[in-house]
Design a protein. Structure first.
Length: 272
């Protein structure tokens, strides 16, 4: 069992659906799937978190309308001196991403429409939830929370994805098992010590669109070939959706699936 402790609550700025997490230069960067902005937070937690808007109209507060209009940014990756925001692709409108420069937070909009159309021909119930950059390649993590329960890692050229010119990829199905008879699905991943660390959760829903009750979470370790080496239960109160590792400690952010409960930042009790 992996134990974590809560160290920060995203009350100001207020977010409830943290979905991606990276670190750079002693700063944590968080993306939320129902926001059009990036949150930055100092590792030592001595300064107030900051919200950096990245364009687009203000999202409605009504939960159903917000879900329909949200960009669904599910992945955050550090690319050179920029943050790469990757959407889920779970609907035809969730295919717009961005590169955000870390010096001035200027935005370069990106479209993944053609790439996601290509991937949808090979992957049932497309729902990209995590990404790690490995040299000139990027590995995407397909969450199998749709009817087909198809979890997979997708290895492709980073340049092809950024240019939205994807026409080849290596897709490796991954069996994550189940928790309380509910299939587990990827929610994020990071690279540490030449291995991939990933989050998987059980959620009582067979839909890539509708949320379900959070049933349990695991931290896994795999090689770049997709072979799982470890899968350990993660003791956490809310659904973990963002993962990074700093100084051998896990940092995790959560999505409550509830607009009244703010996202949390957790750190592992022990090193990895």
């Amino acid at each position: 069992m992996i134990r974590v402790k809560e160290v920060f609550s995203f009350k100001n700025p207020f977010i409830t659906a943290a979905s991606g997490l990276v670190h750079s230069n002693n700063t944590l960067y968080v993306v939320s799937d129902d926001e059009r902005g990036i949150i930055s937070l100092q590792l030592d937690l001595t300064e107030k978190a900051a919200y950096h808007a990245i364009g687009g109209k203000r999202l409605p507060e009504d939960p159903a309308k917000r879900k329909k209009e949200k960009p669904d940014f599910e992945c955050l990756a550090l690319f050179s001196n920029s943050l790469l925001l990757i959407p889920s692709g779970s609907t035809s409108s969730r295919d717009q991403g961005a590169l955000v420069n870390l010096d001035d937070f200027k935005i370069k909009p990106l479209s993944f429409k053609k790439s996601y159309q290509y991937l949808s021909k090979h992957i049932p119930d497309l729902n990209i939830e995590g990404a790690v950059i490995n040299g000139d390649h990027i590995i995407l993590f397909q969450r199998g929370n749709g009817p087909n329960k198809f979890n997979a890692i997708i290895d492709l050229k980073l340049e092809d994805l950024i240019r939205d010119n994807l026409d080849q990829s290596t897709i490796t199905p991954v069996d994550l098992g189940s928790h309380n008879n509910i299939n587990l699905g990827f929610t994020d991943a990071t690279i540490h010590k030449d291995r991939i660390y990933f989050l998987s959760v059980g959620e009582a829903s067979e839909s890539t669109y509708h949320d379900g009750q959070f049933e349990g979470a695991y931290l896994g370790i795999m090689g770049f070939d997709g072979v799982i080496q470890k899968l350990n239960p993660l003791l956490i109160d809310f659904k973990p959706e963002g993962l990074t590792i700093v100084d051998d400690y896990l940092y995790i952010v959560t999505d409550s699936d509830n607009r009244t409960i703010e996202s949390k930042l957790y750190i592992s009790v022990e090193k990895f």
